[in-house]
Design a protein around this ligand. Sequence first.
Ligand SMILES: Cc1cc2nc3c(=O)[nH]c(=O)nc-3n(C[C@H](O)[C@H](O)[C@H](O)COP(=O)(O)O)c2cc1C
Length: 161
Amino acid sequence: MKSLIIYATKYGTVEKASNLIKDKMKDEVVIVNILKQDPPSLIEFDNIILGGSIYIGNIQKKLKQFAINHEEELLMKRVGLFICGGADKEEEKDKELKNAFPAKLYENAICKCSFGYEYKFEKLNFFEKAMIKKITGIKGSVYKLSEDTIEDFTNAMNRTI
Ligand SMILES: Cc1cc2nc3c(=O)[nH]c(=O)nc-3n(C[C@H](O)[C@H](O)[C@H](O)COP(=O)(O)O)c2cc1C
């Protein structure tokens, strides 16, 4: 079972999550940052995982557009979808996850999860820091990536029966 992980990240959280998935997946895994590299043809892959992060309510455009352009092909595969985002409420996380991908793909996905988030204050610009402080009250770096959720997600992708 060959797997392809296609991800988009701004400050590295989704990349970290993608690498955690890669390390736990059985068999061969190809991993691609869609913001830096065009993904390969999907033909040779059994599992396709798409992951991105949420900024002002939306996932990276390039990743969403890829999912839209390849929807028919993706519907023939075992697909896993994930986001990283700062929402804490389950309802909000579900809304962001659902909004991030085409509806049919979301419904057909083997697993779909929100993995949590990080804020790396040393990397944010002045406006981003001000915005995060104002909206969330958070004033410094935090690590809230749920490695347990990532493990459950990977186990579901690895399960074949
Ligand atoms: C300017 C800014 C806007 C953000 N907007 C949202 C948002 O609308 N919803 C959300 O859930 N998270 C939001 N986040 C949180 C990011 O999704 C979170 O920090 C994530 O871990 C970033 O992942 P990345 O480093 O892979 O891009 C925002 C973060 C920043 C810095």
